[in-house]
Ligand binder design. Structure first.
Ligand code: NAP
Length: 487
C-alpha cells in the first residue's frame, strides 16, 4: 500500500518498477481540499531522476509484456476494474475531496472509469491484423498489430480517474508499458488507480506512476526518446507544445484538448428540456468539463422563454461542499482557477455583455475557506467577445442570439475549438444539417454537450485535438507487414 507517514499526514509515493517509492530527492507537495482547505496528503514532487527510473522500468518490462498474450494482459485490466468497483465509495469520496465535484458526479466518474477498463479488456480478443490480397502465387501477406512500446499518459485534473482509465486500460491491453503523469491538483485519484493495478498483480514496471509538476515530470517524459507514444489530455497551448516536442523523437501523439462547446436552441425546441440541458451542461462539475456548454445560441423567437427558464434553474442551484448531498455544484479546483473565472466575469462586463446572474466569489459561512464561485449567465454576448471565444473552464454560460438555423450554425462554427456540440429541435432537417455542418467531434441532438459512450470515438476538431481514432487500438498499436513464402 501507499506509505502512511502518520494517519493525519498521509504521504503518497511514486509507483516505479512494482514498488511505492519516494521522489529521489525526497521532495513532497501538499494537497488540500478545494472546498474547505482540509489537508489531504503529501505527494512525491518528482524530478527528472524519477522520470528516468520510471521510463527505464517501463523499458525493461516492455519485451516480456509485449510477449504476454493479449487475453492475459486483458485479464489484469479486468481485475483492476473489479477492484476499482469494489472500492468505489472510498475512491469517489477522495475524488470529491481533492477535485471538488459532487460525490454523485464522482461516483459516475468511477463507474465510467470501470466501464472504460472493461471495454479495453474486451479488446484483448480483437487485436486483429489483416490478411491482404496478393498477386504472387505462394505469397502469404498479412499484417501484425504490435504495441508502440513505452507510452506516456498525461492527464488533467478535471477527470482524474476516467481520463487515465481511457488511456491506461487500452494501452496495456495492446501490449504497451506505461508511465502515468497525473495533474498536480489531483494526485490522490491516480494513487487509488495505481493501487488497483498493483493489487491486480500487474508485473513490475508495466505501469508506473510519477507525480510532480507538468513542466518537470511531463517535460522529461515527453522529451525521452524511449517514450514511443504520448497520450495527452489538457489545455490546447500545452498540447501544441507537447506535440512539437514529441515530434522531435518521432513519437506518436494523441492530443485531447480544450473546448468552447455550443448548444443551439431552435424555435421549435422543447424549451424546458433545452434549459435543463443548458444549465446541467454548463454548471455540473462547476463547468470544468472539456465538453461543458459554454455558448447557448438561441433563436430570437424563443430567446425570452429560454432565458427565463435558464435563470429560474440557475437561481435554484445550491453551491457547497461536494460531500454535502444537497450540493449541486462544488468549488472550482483551486485559487488560480477561481481567479481566472472571476477575471473572465470582469472581461465579459467590460466587453458589454449583460451579467444576468451569479459570477461572484462566495466567501461567507461554510463556503469561506473554499474556492466557490456562483454560476454565471451572460446575455447579449457577441460572437467576437472573448467570453464567446476563449475557454473559461468554469461555471460561466454565454447566451448568443441567432436569426435562423443557418445563422446559428455559422455562430456555432465561428470558434477556434471544435470538441462537442448540441442542438435542441424537433426538425429532422435541422438535426441532420447540424450534425453534418457543425465542426466538432461530438454532436448531440436533443441532448447536453457533455457525456460520451465508452465505445464511441471521442475527440475534437480544430484546436480541440488530433489523432483520436475510431478504435483506440489504432493509436496504441502499429502495423507490421509480413511477406511469408514457404521454402
Ligand atoms: P493543463 O494545464 O494543460 O495540464 C494537463 C496535464 O499536463 C497536467 O498533468 C499537467 O501537469 C501537464 N503539463 C503541464 N505542463 C506540461 C508540460 N510542459 N509538459 C508536459 N506536461 C505538462 O490542463 P489542465 O488545467 O490540467 O486541464 C484543463 C484543460 O484540459 C482544459 O483545457 C480542458 O478543456 C482540457 N481537457 C480536455 C479533455 C478532452 O478530452 N479533450 C478532457 C479533459 C480536459 P500539472 O498539473 O503539474 O501542471
Amino acid at each position: 500500500m501507499t506509505s502512511q507517514a502518520s494517519a493525519k499526514r498521509p504521504l503518497h509515493h511514486n509507483y516505479v518498477d512494482g514498488r511505492w517509492m519516494p521522489a529521489r530527492d525526497g521532495a513532497v507537495r501538499a494537497k488540500t481540499n478545494p472546498a474547505n482547505g482540509e489537508f489531504i496528503g503529501q505527494f512525491a514532487h518528482s524530478g527528472p531522476a524519477d522520470v528516468e527510473a520510471a521510463v527505464a522500468a517501463a523499458e525493461r518490462a516492455r519485451a516480456a509484456w509485449a510477449r504476454t498474450s493479449p487475453a492475459a494482459r486483458a485479464e489484469f485490466v479486468r481485475r483492476a476494474a473489479t477492484l476499482l468497483m469494489d472500492r468505489i465509495e472510498g475512491v469517489a469520496s477522495d475524488l470529491t475531496r481533492e477535485e471538488g465535484k459532487t460525490l454523485a458526479e464522482a461516483r459516475v466518474e468511477c463507474r465510467n472509469a470501470v466501464a472504460k477498463l472493461n471495454y479495453a479488456a474486451a479488446e484483448g480478443l480483437r487485436l486483429n491484423g489483416e490478411i491482404l490480397a496478393t498477386a504472387e502465387e505462394g505469397l502469404h501477406l498479412f499484417t501484425l498489430r504490435e504495441p508502440l512500446g513505452v507510452v506516456a499518459a498525461i492527464s488533467p485534473w478535471n477527470f482524474p480517474l476516467s481520463t487515465p482509465a481511457s488511456k491506461v486500460g487500452i494501452a496495456l491491453v495492446c501490449g504497451n508499458t506505461v508511465v502515468m503523469k497525473p495533474a498536480t491538483a489531483t494526485p490522490l485519484s491516480s494513487v487509488h488507480f495505481m493501487q488497483t493495478f498493483a493489487d491486480a498483480g500487474l508485473p513490475a514496471g508495466v505501469l508506473n506512476l510519477v507525480t510532480g509538476s507538468g513542466g518537470t515530470v511531463g517535460g522529461a517524459l515527453v522529451g525521452d526518446a524511449r517514450v514511443r507514444g504520448v497520450s495527452f489530455t489538457g489545455s490546447t497551448a500545452i498540447g501544441i507544445d507537447i506535440g512539437r516536442r514529441a515530434a522531435g523523437n518521432l513519437a506518436k501523439v494523441q492530443l485531447e484538448l480544450g473546448g468552447k462547446n455550443p448548444l443551439v436552441v431552435m424555435e421549435d425546441a422543447d424549451l424546458d428540456a433545452a434549459a435543463r440541458a443548458a444549465v446541467d451542461g454548463a454548471f455540473l462539475s462547476c463547468g470544468q468539463k472539456c465538453t461543458a456548454t459554454s455558448r447557448v445560441i438561441v433563436h430570437r423567437d424563443v430567446k425570452a422563454g429560454l432565458t427565463k427558464r435558464i435563470l429560474e434553474k440557475t437561481a435554484a442551484i445550491r453551491v457547497g461542499d461536494g460531500l454535502d448531498p444537497t450540493s449541486y455544484m462544488g468549488p472550482v479546483v483551486d485559487e488560480g482557477q477561481a481567479e481566472s473565472v472571476c477575471s473572465y466575469i470582469d472581461i465579459g462586463r467590460r466587453e458589454g455583455a449583460h451579467l444576468l446572474i451569479g459570477g461572484e466569489r462566495l466567501r461567507t459561512g461554510a463556503l469561506a475557506r473554499g474556492y466557490f464561485v456562483s454560476p454565471a449567465v451572460f446575455d447579449e454576448v457577441g460572437p467576437g467577445m472573448r467570453i464567446a471565444r476563449e475557454e473559461i473552464f468554469g461555471p460561466v454560460m454565454s447566451i448568443l442570439t441567432a436569426d435562423s438555423f443557418e445563422h446559428a450554425l455559422e455562430v456555432a462554427n465561428d470558434c477556434a475549438y471544435g470538441l462537442s456540440s448540441a442542438i435542441y429541435t424537433r426538425s429532422l432537417r435541422y438535426a441532420h444539417e447540424f450534425a453534418r455542418g457543425i465542426q466538432a467531434g461530438v454532436v448531440k441532438v436533443n441532448g447536453q454537450t457533455p457525456g460520451n459512450a465508452v465505445n464511441a470515438p471521442f475527440g475534437g476538431r480544430k484546436q480541440s485535438g488530433v489523432n483520436i481514432c475510431l478504435k483506440a487500438v489504432d493509436f496504441y498499436t502499429e502495423l507490421k507487414a509480413v511477406y511469408q513464402r514457404f521454402a
